[in-house]
Each structure stands twice: as structure tokens, then as C-alpha cells.
Ligand binder design. Structure first.
Ligand code: ATP
Ligand code: MG
Length: 311
């Protein structure tokens, strides 16, 4: 049995439905998306927990109930009296999606406030999962506490998984972002960057350069995603590349990377085979981007019906 703790922010998502001025509330967030897909992909004996902070209000309670219903362990979620959960709205203009956020004061930004809460959540866990967004939302001192807590976790045998998910608008400037990302890499065992973002912010000339930079920071296993392009995995003495099947009808790329990470980890934890993990990851991501929304049921029907034989 493996116990995984994802650490980050889950937000209320308001998506236009069924008309552009009517909104349906859901829940999403990069680390939560990965936890949600991990829970779906892993056998029942494994445990997936989420560590964050919420308020005591009704929307916060609904969020925790949503995680519970998805089978995600919520026992270590912090509850704060002084704040509530963050919110984002999706706007559709001529088919183009844009996002507005209300998350600056969210409870999740204070998730490291509680003395010993992170240590309690990680006690007995095998794997911690964080992202660049987890880093971005924390005050500087709490980010340092998180990285220290993860180092202690590693020292006792835990594995740390990190998706850099570079989001410059969450940071005061590019240097703060790239500096924090490389500090997190230094306490990570597995890193899952996206080449396009890394090239923009670190100037990597090739996916190999991205992999090498994280390897040089001490990461044992680096998986470089590249949208529809080739996936590259580099580990001790191994370099695997894998071309994902083209997805002809991309409906919504939200959570492509998050679901990919879950597919990769679930398969990798199962048998340690890197190529099979790429296949599982790309297959899950292809399913997710063929449907609308971040959290897509794994048995969701294709949006475009298959052509009728002989037609
Ligand atoms: N157009 C596409 N066709 C086929 N597969 C795709 C496409 N876009 C994304 N994928 C799949 O999704 C995976 C992750 O995509 P991408 O590299 O865009 O992640 P990301 O930048 O982390 O995304 P996110 O916006 O979720 O952070 C790819 O490795 C690939 O398997
Ligand atoms: Mg990503």
C-alpha cells in the first residue's frame, strides 16, 4: 500500500453552463486535479490524501465533502475562521476561454500556519506531491517551512514529486519564480516539467536541456512533457522518449498536465516501467483533453460519436 499526500490549493470553479451568463460551480486546482485522477487510477488499497486549508463556511464544507466523495482523505485539511476558499470564473468569448481569479486571500495561502500540521499529514506517507502553484501561493516564510518539511520527509524515506507548473502571474517577478522552483527541485525525487514553459523562463534550448537542469539539481527522475510533442524521461542510466498518439479533436486542454502526472505516477508506482508509465499518462491526458472541464469521468463518452461503419 502506498500513501500519497498532495499539497496545494483547491478552488471553486464557476464555468458557463448552459448559457454564457449562467454558471455551474465545481472544484478544481492543479494539485487537486492530480490527486483526483490518482485516486481514480490507483487500486483501492492505496491512499490519496489532500493537504490544504479551507474556511468554516458552506462552500468550504462542500469542497471537503466533494473530496470525501471522490475517495480522497481529508483528515489533515486545516480549517480557518478568518478566510474561505479561492474562486475562479471561466469566460467564453467566441470559443476562447479566459480565467478571472479571486484567490489572493484564500485560506490555502495559510495552510502552513498550523504548527505541526504538515508533519502530521506526512507522517506515515510514502509520497508528497507539490507544484509550482503550491509554492507560489505561500508567503516566503511558509514556503521555506514547506521545503524544510519536505526535506525532513525525504530524510525519513519519503519521496517528493514536483510539477513546476510555472505561472508567472502568481509571482512578484520571474526571478522569484525560477529561484523557488529550483529550490523545490533540490528536495524532489521526481519532477514533471512542461518544456514550453521551461524554455520560456529558463531559456532551455531543448527538452534534454530541461531534463539535465533538473537532474543537475539532484532530481532522480525527470519527465518532460511537451504538449502534443515527444515526452522525454531521464533517470539514472535511462533515457526514454515517447510520442503521444495525436488527439484529433482537442476540446479543452485544462488539466492535460495534471492528469498526465497522475497517469504516469499510478503506472510507475505499479511496476516502475518508464515506457508503460508514458503510455498510461498520455492515454489519460488524451481522454481528458477530448472532453470539457478539468475533472473528466474516466468512463465519459467521446464527445464526437464514432463514424458509422460503411457510412
Ligand atoms: N494536442 C495534444 N495532442 C495529444 N496529446 C496532448 C496534446 N496536448 C497535450 N497532450 C498530452 O498531455 C500531456 C501534457 O500536456 P502539456 O505538455 O501541455 O502539459 P502542461 O503544460 O503541464 O499542461 P497544463 O496546462 O495542464 O499545466 C502531453 O505530454 C500529452 O501526453
Ligand atoms: Mg502543467
Amino acid at each position: 500500500m502506498t500513501r500519497i499526500v498532495a499539497i496545494g490549493e483547491c478552488m471553486v470553479e464557476l464555468a458557463p453552463c448552459p448559457t454564457p451568463d449562467t454558471y455551474r460551480a465545481g472544484f478544481a486546482g492543479d494539485t487537486l486535479n492530480t490527486a483526483w485522477y490518482l485516486r481514480k487510477m490507483l487500486a483501492a488499497e492505496h491512499e490519496v490524501a489532500y493537504f490544504t486549508a479551507v474556511g468554516h463556511d458552506d462552500m468550504s464544507q462542500r469542497m471537503v465533502a466533494f473530496l470525501d466523495a471522490a475517495g480522497i482523505v481529508t483528515a489533515h485539511i486545516q480549517r480557518r475562521h478568518d478566510s474561505t476558499v479561492g474562486l475562479y470564473m471561466i469566460s467564453l468569448n467566441n470559443g476562447e476561454r479566459s480565467f478571472s481569479y479571486w484567490r489572493g486571500q484564500s485560506a490555502a495561502r495559510r495552510m502552513l500556519d498550523g504548527e505541526g500540521a504538515l508533519q502530521a499529514a506526512l507522517a506515515g506517507a510514502d509520497m508528497a506531491y507539490i507544484s509550482g502553484i503550491t509554492l507560489a501561493i505561500l508567503p516566503d516564510c511558509d514556503r521555506a517551512r514547506l521545503l524544510h518539511g519536505l526535506q525532513v520527509f525525504r530524510d525519513s524515506g519519503g519521496k517528493v514529486v514536483f510539477d513546476p507548473n510555472l505561472r508567472p502571474r502568481l509571482w512578484p517577478d520571474g526571478a522569484a519564480m525560477t529561484g523557488a522552483v529550483m529550490q523545490a527541485a533540490a528536495v524532489s525525487d521526481i519532477c514533471l516539467p512542461s518544456y514550453e514553459d521551461e524554455a520560456d523562463w529558463f531559456g532551455d534550448a531543448t527538452p534534454d536541456a530541461t531534463a539535465q537542469r533538473y537532474r543537475d539539481a539532484g532530481v532522480g527522475l525527470v519527465v518532460v512533457k511537451n504538449g502534443p510533442g515527444e515526452i522525454m524521461v531521464v533517470a539514472d542510466g535511462q533515457r526514454v522518449t515517447f510520442a503521444p498518439e495525436p488527439v484529433l479533436d482537442v476540446v479543452d486542454t485544462t488539466a492535460a498536465g495534471d492528469s498526465f502526472n497522475a497517469g504516469f505516477l499510478a503506472s510507475y508506482l505499479d511496476d516502475g516501467d518508464l515506457e508503460r508509465a508514458c503510455v498510461a499518462a498520455a492515454r489519460l491526458a488524451a481522454h481528458v483533453i477530448s472532453h470539457s472541464g478539468a475533472l473528466v469521468a474516466l468512463d465519459a463518452p467521446p464527445l464526437v460519436p464514432a463514424p458509422v461503419a460503411g457510412a
